[in-house]
Structures are given as C-alpha cells and as structure tokens.
Design a protein around this ligand. Structure first.
Ligand SMILES: NC(=O)c1ccc[n+]([C@@H]2O[C@H](COP(=O)([O-])OP(=O)(O)OC[C@H]3O[C@@H](n4cnc5c(N)ncnc54)[C@H](OP(=O)(O)O)[C@@H]3O)[C@@H](O)[C@H]2O)c1
Length: 438
C-alpha cells in the first residue's frame, strides 16, 4: 500500500460447489468455521452445492443451498467460480468447460488435468478464465504453487504423493506382510475396498503428470508415466533392501528402504516420468517422510540441495488448498486479470522402457551347479554390469533361495529383456525388478 492509500476494500466472491462428498463437505465446513476473510481480504459466499444422489442422507449443509440439478452450478448470476470436487474425471472436464463457457472460473480437487490438460487449457484461454487445481496434488502441501514460484529450470522433482502406498510400505518396514498392511490401511480409512487405483500406481501417475505440467509448462498426461505397482513387494524384498549397504561420501554405511516414489526428471533433454516403488538410500530425506505425510523434493539449476515441500497430504487439508485457489482467483477476477495456464512448451517424453536407472533384481534360484554362471552370463550378454550380488542364506545344493543383484544404470527395457531370457532358461523364478533412486 502506498502512503495516502485508504484501507483496501474487501472483495466479495460468489461460488457454487459441485460435489458434496468428503472434500465438498470439508470445504463447506472450513469456509464456515476456519476461513478468515479479514486476513485474505476476500469474502466468500456459497450460492449452491450440487450433489448427484437425492436419496443420500446428508447433514451440515443449511436449508435451501443443496441442489441435485447440475445446471444450478452455472446459473447464479453472481456466481464467479464453479468449485468442483467429484471423482468422475470426464464429468469434471465437462463441468470445467461448461463453467468457463458460462463465464465462470473453475477450481477443482480432482486430477482432471492428468487426463485432459489440452481441453482445460483450451477452454481457459478461449474464455479468458482462470483455473485452480492446487488441491489435486499433495492436498494441503500446496506443492504446485511452490513449483510455480521457482524461477529457474527444474531438473528433477521426486516425492511421495500417494499416502496409501506409502502407509503400506512403511508398515511392511515394521515387519508386516503386504496383505496385513493393506488391511490396516483400509481400517484407517487410507485405502479403498478395491485398492488398485492406489497400489497399482495409477493415482501417483496422475499426480506426477500434473506436477510435471507445472514444472516444465508442458501438456503431459498420466498415460506417459512409467507406472509400476507396489503389490509385488514381499517382506523378503524389504529385508534384502535393508541388507544392501550404500556408503555415503563420509564413508558411513546406510541400508536401503523401498519407497513408492513419483519422479519427473530431465534425462538427456527428454522428460522421464515415473511412478514406481524404488530403493532409496537410508540417508535420503525421502526416508523421513511420515506415514500420513506427502513430500516433494525439487532440484533446480544453481542449487545442490533440493527445495523441500512437505505436509499433510489427502484429507481435510485438501480444502485449504481449494480455498487458497478461490482467494487467488477472486483477486485476479477483481483486478480483471485472466491468467490461464498455457502448457505450451514442447518437451519430448521418454518411453517408459527407455527410462534409465540402476536396478535391483530379486529372483529365486535352485542352488545347482552353473545356475549363477548362466544368470550372470545372460546379464553380460546384454552388457548389463553387476554392482553387487547378494545371497543372504547359506543354501545347500538343490534348495531354492532368494538372491538380490544390483546392476549399473541401464534402460528398463534392456534389463527386462535380459530377465525374460533368464526366466526362459529355467534357472530363476519369481523375478522382481525395482529401480534405485539416489
Ligand atoms: N478425499 C480426499 O482426501 C481427496 C484429496 C485430494 C483430492 N481428492 C479428489 O477430490 C475429488 C472428490 O473426492 P471425495 O473424497 O470428496 O469424493 P466422494 O466423497 O466420493 O464425493 C464425490 C461427490 O461428488 C458427487 N458427484 C459425483 N459425480 C457427480 C456429478 N456428475 N455431478 C454432481 N455431483 C457428482 C457425489 O454426489 P453424491 O454424494 O450424490 O453421490 C459426491 O457428493 C476426487 O476427484 C478425489 O480424487 C480427494
């Protein structure tokens, strides 16, 4: 404020909310109980809340505000922003486009941008509208905002953005089986009855594609992400990773921890996108992430240490990110600013099989003469170099036992090809391939 200016006038903004599930309710409640317009300078008025099923019992949304007709979200003459929190991403895209064609801005908690970035950006630019989707990744951490505010070229973004998978692997570190850890996650409300969307990596793939859009201003989608599940990991892998020591620059030894990572990284001018479980050295900050936390590390030009963003992921803080978006868009609207994302940069994305990493191979082999010779022979034929070979148990002839092998940086498709050949030879079975992240 300049000297002589009077106090700034508060902005009034009217919104409609589509979706009266968890997020819709948190949003409505936080606006009513926690939100402080005196701090932000924006008074937020909720015109309508639209849900789908009129037969559902609902409480806490005052009289006359709830509707089951989607049209009501767009009708209010004063409504400036359609705020949407539904799980149907195609319907979310249609709501976004209709809102913008009707002259409204759009805020969402859904991962719609992972599927339809071009349609959303096209509608925002054509209608000169603003969009906010900070809540779609990392809940209350506001990681997308932090990425936007880095004015330098970004090299790598790595993090943990799927709470379900993280919780399960954390519990497996404590000695639980995958099945027991999943049941516990379901009991704690962190996993769906059908957990596939989370444990097969699809949720994380959606999130890292939205992160990459923001970091490189490019319209990538979830389909371009190398996506691998966590439900193939066994307690044996947790133990093997723990036994594989890594020596840091001070000579101190650290075990490895298996973590469900989301990674976006420039590799030789191309963008590598991944959502996969990986072995992380025990001294990496990633390993300190709490079991219900989300965290992201952003590595950019001119700085060795990453920028860290961490905090509560899913759950009620999601509403905080939505309110931040509403406030920002209300201010832009009042100032007549249309600032839609462009995602206009062309960046070539690596095919999943072309992504390079060091790899961990776990396989079971019968202890018979020549078995290891055959296995290492196939790896050598494919020019794959072994850094380490580890068999944890003394094993008598003919007994099946697990073996861990760490190989040098290589393309995923090359290592997968070699492993197929090893399996066909009949000397190894139950093969698992994981990446290392350093
Ligand atoms: N829950 C979280 O912690 C969290 C965190 C970040 C992001 N998100 C994302 O936020 C979105 C909402 O999550 P949620 O947990 O609130 O889901 P939810 O509890 O299942 O609620 C979804 C709501 O959307 C309504 N709905 C669905 N399709 C609709 C349509 N076509 N038109 C109008 N309303 C429709 C449903 O109506 P009825 O009630 O009538 O069925 C319900 O009220 C999802 O995309 C989710 O991925 C969730």
């Amino acid at each position: 404020m300049q000297r002589g200016d009077g106090p700034q006038k508060a902005i009034d903004v009217h919104i409609s909310i589509v979706g009266a599930g968890h997020v819709g309710k948190w949003l409505f409640e936080n606006l009513a109980t926690k939100y402080d317009p005196g701090k932000t300078g924006v008074r937020i008025h909720v015109d309508r809340i639209v849900a789908k099923d009129p037969k559902k019992q609902r409480q806490g949304f005052g009289e006359g505000i709830l509707s089951f007709d989607l049209e009501d979200a767009f009708k209010g003459p004063k409504t400036k922003i359609v705020v949407e929190a539904i799980s149907d991403l195609k319907a979310s895209r249609d709501i976004a486009c209709k809102a913008m064609e009707s002259g409204k801005h759009w805020v969402t908690s859904s991962k719609t941008m992972a599927l339809y970035p071009r349609e959303i950006v096209g509608a925002a630019i054509a209608n000169r509208r603003n969009v906010g989707y900070m809540a779609s990744v990392g809940g209350g951490t506001c990681v997308l905002d932090r990425i936007s505010k880095i004015p330098y070229a970004i090299n790598t973004v790595v993090g943990v953005l799927n709470t379900t998978s993280h919780f399960i692997l954390k519990r497996m570190l404590l000695g639980e089986t995958y099945e027991a850890a999943l049941r516990e996650a379901q009991g704690a409300g962190l996993a769906e009855p059908n957990p596939d969307f989370d444990v097969k990596g699809r949720d994380g793939a959606h999130k890292i594609s939205i992160v990459a859009q923001r970091a490189w201003n490019t319209a990538v989608t979830h389909e371009q992400v190398c996506t691998e599940p966590i439900d193939t990991i066994t307690p044996v892998d947790i133990q093997l990773a723990d036994a594989l020591m890594f020596r840091d620059e001070r000579g101190k030894k650290h075990p490895h921890v298996i973590m469900p990572l989301q990674v976006a990284q420039m590799q030789s001018g191309k963008l590598a996108l991944g959502c996969f479980p990986a072995l992380v050295p025990g001294n990496h900050a990633l390993t300190t992430i709490g079991e219900r936390e989300n965290a992201v590390y952003i590595y950019h030009e001119g700085r060795k240490e990453p920028v860290e963003v961490r905090g509560p992921g899913a759950g009620e803080p999601t509403a905080d990110a939505m309110i931040s978006d509403i406030v920002e868009i209300a201010k832009k609207d009042a100032a007549g600013i249309a600032d839609p994302p462009t995602l206009s940069r062309r960046v070539e994305v690596l095919e999943p099989g072309e992504m390079e990493s060091e790899f961990y191979i776990r396989l079971y082999t019968q202890n018979v003469p020549g078995a290891m010779h055959k296995i290492s022979g196939v790896l050598a034929k494919h020019a794959i170099n072994m850094q380490m070979f580890y068999q944890p148990l003394l094993t008598k002839r003919g007994v099946r036992s697990p073996i861990a092998i760490i190989v040098d940086k290589e393309k995923g498709r090359v290592v997968q090809g070699a492993l197929r050949e090893i399996e066909e030879l009949g000397y190894a079975e139950d093969i698992l391939l994981l990446r290392l992240f350093h």
